[in-house]
Write a protein that binds this ligand. Sequence first.
Ligand code: GRG
Length: 316
Amino acid sequence: MKQLTSGLLQRKMRADGDGMGMLDTYLKERKDIVDKALSEFLPDTGTYPPIIFEAVRYSVFAGGKRLRPLLCIAAAEAVGGDSAKALPAACALELIHTYSLIHDDLPAMDDDDYRRGQLTNHKVYGEGIAILAGDALLTEAFHLLSRADVMDDVSPATRLRVVNEIAEAAGFFGMVAGQVVDLDSEGKETTTTTLEYIHSHKTEALITVSLRAGALLAGADDEALHAITEYGRKIGLAFQIADDILDIESSLDVLGKETGSDENRKKVTYPAIYGIGASRKKASECVEGALADLRSFNAKADPLRQIAQFIVERKS
Ligand code: GRG
């Protein structure tokens, strides 16, 4: 942690967490802190063999929203803790998320040409390197979480719990499971139960664990952890519904990835089953519910409240 987040950076995070004035500025500043930490964590492109570090950095620094890291940090602050303790986990979550995007775009999966406003990883580096870049990012996330010099001010038991929860959310019983059922359901008649399974595993799981990791690392009690988890489930679903609507209504220029792919691939989505109007209503209800889950939190949870609104109002 010492090498990674200088004392200055840590002091800045703590000071800003106390005065919740300009929330937009707050989110931008946290995003910059995450980007800087990610760059410090990842070996530079002069490292041998350079191609893998170039490929990894190409996708990590392609301009993602950093939603999962922001949720992790905002959850740590919402429970009254020190967000600097959550920064390595916030970065690990972004590495896992970026791996999932690189692999999701591969010809064997969604076969997409654009992501985050630029050509997909395999289009630039070839499929072999793109697969390895994803593998390296996933592995590096857990390497980071296990490093003795990061999070050295968090108890080993809490760190182990966070590693365990993140692994569960990313693997067999989380994102991978959701992706498997998603792939398997393409072009088939699908039930709403399957749709809910895909959403809760492919998208909600990593969003919810991002929040839980931040809260756990900041020392949340059971009651706060429960409320944060419920908030995560609801914004996770709202996020996925909004994503499905953007796939219909947005464009490559605005979204940074090709649209209309859900329909082309006959994917099961909220709008496909319920229509756009009902899907929008459901997403708004999820946000209202998520805000209600935070009712016992003070102003330190305002960034979480703002993120919930942003999730359904976003244009990309
Ligand atoms: C390959 C195991 C494996 C899983 C892939 C994440 C995923 C599962 C697929 C990506 C496709 C997709 C549309 C997923 C659902 C929503 C989602 C995760 C969108 C992308 O996340 P954003 O909007 O992306 O947070 P940025 O680029 O802003 O980080």
